[in-house]
Design a protein around this ligand. Structure first.
Ligand SMILES: C[S@@+](CC[C@H](N)C(=O)[O-])C[C@H]1O[C@@H](n2cnc3c(N)ncnc32)[C@H](O)[C@@H]1O
Length: 207
């Protein structure tokens, strides 16, 4: 629902993240080289683009399933393509693959999605994922409304899945040998994970 209306989406995201709204994007900038290309999967309305330098902007591509977001991105002249991650193969040759606050939307295919990102990225995979969610709180009505609003357009049978601190840690555990850095951001609401895709590919040839 909110992924059909860019303005409503921004309003709700600002409401949820408040003072952390823009900080979310700043958190990941130190991990991307000044001249490196960036593939932003599930890019939403492409807010990350506004934090990039001119060189990075030339080498940025956002991928997004929502047709209305794609229209909005075109109007804002943000390079983006309509793309359903659950149905398509990722493009290669991007230095960094970024996925911000979206892995839960791919449930139950999160592991397959992360492996695909590690296979495709030249250099790094940078994940940021919420671990404190209003939609998984105790209030059933709030939970129901938020789950309805955030149902991805790519899935009809969405269960309202969200990670919490423990489940994200357990999910990332098998990938720890390739995690370069991980830490909480936005006052502990989200976790950032930076993974070495080059090392991951090299290690797969030995397994
Ligand atoms: C919570 S928003 C995050 C947007 C953006 N990454 C950000 O942090 O501002 C999740 C986005 O993932 C998109 N999405 C969900 N499933 C997808 C899929 N299978 N392929 C591509 N995009 C998808 C949604 O349409 C939505 O724009």
């Amino acid at each position: 629902m909110i992924y059909s209306y860019p303005q409503i989406y921004h309003f709700i995201m600002r409401l949820i993240y408040q003072k952390y709204f823009w900080q979310r994007y700043e958190n990941i900038l130190p991990f991307m080289g000044d001249r490196e290309s960036i593939l932003d999967i599930c890019c939403g309305t492409g807010s990350l683009y506004f934090f990039l330098n001119s060189e990075q902007k030339k080498k940025y591509l956002g991928l997004e399933v929502s047709p209305r977001f794609i229209k909005y991105l075109a109007e804002k002249r943000i390079p983006a393509q309509k793309f359903d991650f659950l149905q398509s193969v990722l493009p290669v040759n991007y230095d960094n693959i970024v996925m911000l606050s979206s892995l839960y939307q791919l449930h139950p295919h999160c592991e397959k999605a992360l492996v695909q990102m590690l296979q495709s990225a030249e250099n790094k995979v940078i994940l940021m994922e919420p671990i404190l969610n209003h939609s998984s709180g105790q209030r059933p009505l709030v939970k129901k409304i938020l789950n309805f609003l955030t149902r991805p357009q790519s899935q009809n049978k969405y269960t309202g899945f969200r990670f919490n601190e423990a489940s994200l840690k357990a999910f990332m555990n098998p990938f720890l040998p390739w995690v370069q850095s991980s830490y909480p951001v936005c006052g502990g609401r989200e976790m950032v994970y930076v993974l070495d895709a080059r090392k991951w590919r090299k290690d797969q040839t030995w397994i």
